[in-house]
Write a protein that binds this ligand. Structure first.
Ligand SMILES: Cc1cc2nc3c(=O)[nH]c(=O)nc-3n(C[C@H](O)[C@H](O)[C@H](O)COP(=O)(O)OP(=O)(O)OC[C@H]3O[C@@H](n4cnc5c(N)ncnc54)[C@H](O)[C@@H]3O)c2cc1C
Length: 395
């Protein structure tokens, strides 16, 4: 199978490139280059620019704002976004609750939430994981007991990213304990301003605050906020968790990191920091990473091509997730190694500036730490390997 892009696809790539050159605000781009934490306002600003162009929720059905792009177009778009140092929109809005509501939402839910979700007029968080229910999500215990036209919620979620900013949560709650643990789970939407909700921060190893514990104490949620049917939330959750194959490996991001490493390599070679032998060792390491990245890219293109022909292996997304996140982590290891003590200065604003300047080095250590999470969330890599073993290797 030929893996080259067609002339139309290359023209599309030029269109995306031109748009990003014009539309991406310089300060956001610089924040991305410098690995600075994007705040809520940054994400909202960028998603609204994309939404105005019709490119915020491209994979949603066309009637709700999607673009009906081919898998190759999606791949090109994601790749160009990363290479241009463009932030991603809110994954909770764009990749999770939006597609779920398009498929399972009532007319009222679609009317109330979809346009606002695409434009981030509503900021969503995901209330799935609980203490003791992460990989084994179906063991969740937070209960929702029917009382008239409401459910009454009691229990706790954990690791809820961005809950401190969220207007609404989509989550899984237990409405029945009698059958198999996958049964009796209900998918609910809840307004975070409802009395009885407490959000408590979890400080992560990079010193950031993205994750939270969320407690529910007699929280009343109208029955109209069930998505799908009561007790059938597991099916809705599976639809949500079935991540998109194209883009899950975030190869564009790793390529952009590699180009930064190349800048650093040239600088270290030029200023005599490294001996000739050390230069050779570094060149070897970077070549090794580049080859692996290229192989991963070809694997991803093969998945894209198979998708376009309606085929493809079920475990492809798991393979891309495992290898893609390993590569993302490998990049942070190399940057940290090369940065040396400079990587420990959390953020040195005086060094920021030039296009591919090395000011981003100051964020090497916190970035190394924060990227440990990519092999845990979205289904841990060990669990992905179980899926590969079962569905591909028949073990
Ligand atoms: C930074 C961060 C942000 C997150 N954001 C959110 C969020 O917004 N919303 C949300 O709902 N959740 C979120 N999560 C939770 C995330 O989905 C879970 O952490 C993840 O599913 C793992 O669950 P756990 O932490 O309970 O670990 P466990 O499931 O207890 O796993 C512990 C270890 O055992 C391994 N393991 C578990 N089961 C198996 C198995 N069957 N075979 C082999 N190995 C196994 C795991 O790979 C892991 O290494 C976030 C997590 C992190 C770290």
């Amino acid at each position: 199978m030929k893996l080259d892009f067609t002339a139309e696809e290359l023209a599309f790539r030029d269109e995306v490139r031109a748009f990003l050159k014009d539309a991406l605000p310089g300060d956001l781009r610089q924040k991305m280059i410098d690995r600075e934490h994007l705040d809520k306002a940054d994400t909202v600003r960028w998603q609204r620019i994309l939404n105005a162009r019709g490119w915020a929720v491209t994979h949603w059905p066309v009637q709700y704002g999607g673009q009906n792009w081919t898998p190759a177009q999606r791949y090109i778009f994601q790749e160009e976004m990363a290479l241009a140092h463009a932030p991603e929109g809110s994954p909770f809005n764009v990749n999770m609750i939006g597609p779920v509501l398009c498929r399972y939402g009532t007319d009222a839910q679609k009317e109330n939430f979809l346009a606002a979700t695409a434009n981030i007029d509503i900021w969503w968080c995901q209330g799935f994981s609980e203490p003791g229910a992460g990989s084994d999500l179906a063991s969740l215990k937070t209960i929702a007991i029917r009382d008239g036209d409401d459910y009454v919620l009691n229990g706790q979620k954990i690791w809820t990213t961005q809950a401190q900013h969220a207007d609404w949560m989509f989550g899984l709650f237990r409405t029945d304990n009698s059958g198999r643990k996958q049964q009796g789970i209900t998918f609910l939407l809840l307004d975070m301003k409802t009395p009885g909700i407490t959000v408590r921060p979890i400080e992560t190893i990079d010193g950031g605050h993205d994750a939270n514990e969320v407690f529910f104490d007699d929280v009343r949620v109208p029955v109209g906020n069930v998505v799908g049917e009561e007790g059938k939330g597991w099916d809705v959750a599976k639809h949500l968790l079935g991540s998109e194959r194209s883009g899950i490996a975030r190869i564009g991001l790793s390529k952009e990191r590699l180009s930064q490493l190349r800048v650093l390599e040239r600088r270290l070679a030029g200023d005599g920091t490294l001996t000739q032998e050390e230069q050779l060792r570094l060149a070897y390491k970077l070549a090794e990473v580049e080859v692996e990245l290229r192989a991963l890219e070809l694997t991803q293109l093969r998945v894209v091509a198979a998708d376009a022909h309606g085929g493809g292996a079920n475990a492809a997304a798991s393979i891309l997730k495992v290898k893609g996140t390993e590569m993302q982590q490998r990049m942070t290891e190399l940057v940290t190694e090369l940065a040396g003590p400079a990587g420990l200065a959390v953020t040195d604003h005086d060094h920021h500036g030039g296009d591919l300047d090395t000011g981003w080095l100051g964020a090497a250590a916190p970035f190394y730490f924060t990227m440990r999470k990519v092999s845990i969330f979205g289904g841990s890599n060990e669990v992905q390997k179980n899926i590969i073993a079962k569905t591909m290797l028949g073990l």
